[in-house]
Design a protein around this ligand. Structure first.
Ligand code: GRF
Length: 225
């Protein structure tokens, strides 16, 4: 029985789209099924993506923790895919080990309150970092602090701007996130009693010049079990 997945998103939802495509491609072998997409923004593109696929949607006030907890209660797994609000503690506690977030940098660097979107990549460039990447982590009561489930490196090029770097990182997010969600939904990656995530593969060397097929193959090799 596929895990019931609820997604919270505030923006366009390209990560949601990548997850939906990955689960569709898995067909009957899918480890999860997105059953709800909720947003704090009534006009969020992520809600349009959900409606286009016949998935239930909701607009939820992040300030009302009890209502959000009730809305998410039927879900086995909750995914923050570009959700810009702090998850109320009652919800973070209810979904300990069952809530994931994707962040466009290698946490704990370049994370925390106010670090989202273009700002992250501008900070990476301002710091002169040579490598950035994507992180998927379990969510706790603070922004971007929970146990890291998986990461993937992305090289920073000398000519990069925040926008060129964002595009390169987003491509990796779209490959990493669905595989981590699948691994958590199937129990291969889990939050241990020690408060650390277990089961994630070691990221292979980044195929920077690779085309999408070779990059996807590198991800599949890394996540193959
Ligand atoms: C992504 O870069 C994600 O890492 C961050 O917010 C962005 C969401 O983009 N949390 P999208 O809405 O999935 O296109």
């Amino acid at each position: 029985m596929p895990a019931r997945i609820a997604v919270l998103a505030s923006g366009g939802g390209s990560n949601l789209g990548a997850l939906l495509d990955h689960l569709d491609a898995a067909g009957a072998r899918r480890a999860g099924q997105v059953v709800l997409v909720a947003s704090n923004v009534a006009g969020a593109g992520a809600l349009d993506r959900a409606r286009a696929r016949g998935i239930a949607t909701a607009v939820a006030d992040p300030a009302d923790g009890d209502a959000l907890a009730a809305l998410l209660a039927p879900a086995d797994l909750v995914l923050l895919a570009g959700y810009l609000k702090l998850v109320p503690p009652i919800v973070a506690r209810a979904f300990r080990g069952r809530m994931l977030n994707v962040h466009p940098a290698l946490l704990p660097a370049f994370g925390g309150p106010g670090m989202y979107g273009r700002r992250v990549h501008a900070a990476v460039l301002a710091a002169g970092a040579r490598v950035t990447g994507a992180t998927v982590h379990f969510v706790d009561e603070a922004y971007d602090r929970g146990a890291i489930a998986a990461q993937w490196p992305v090289p920073v090029h000398a000519a990069d701007t925040p926008d060129t770097l964002a595009r390169r990182v987003l491509r990796v997010e779209h490959l990493l996130l669905p595989r981590v969600v699948t691994a958590v939904a199937s129990g291969r990656i889990a939050l241990g009693p020690d408060g650390r995530a277990h089961g994630a593969p070691e990221p292979a060397a980044y195929a920077a010049a690779g085309d999408d097929a070779s990059l996807a193959a590198a991800f599949d090799a890394a996540f193959a079990r």
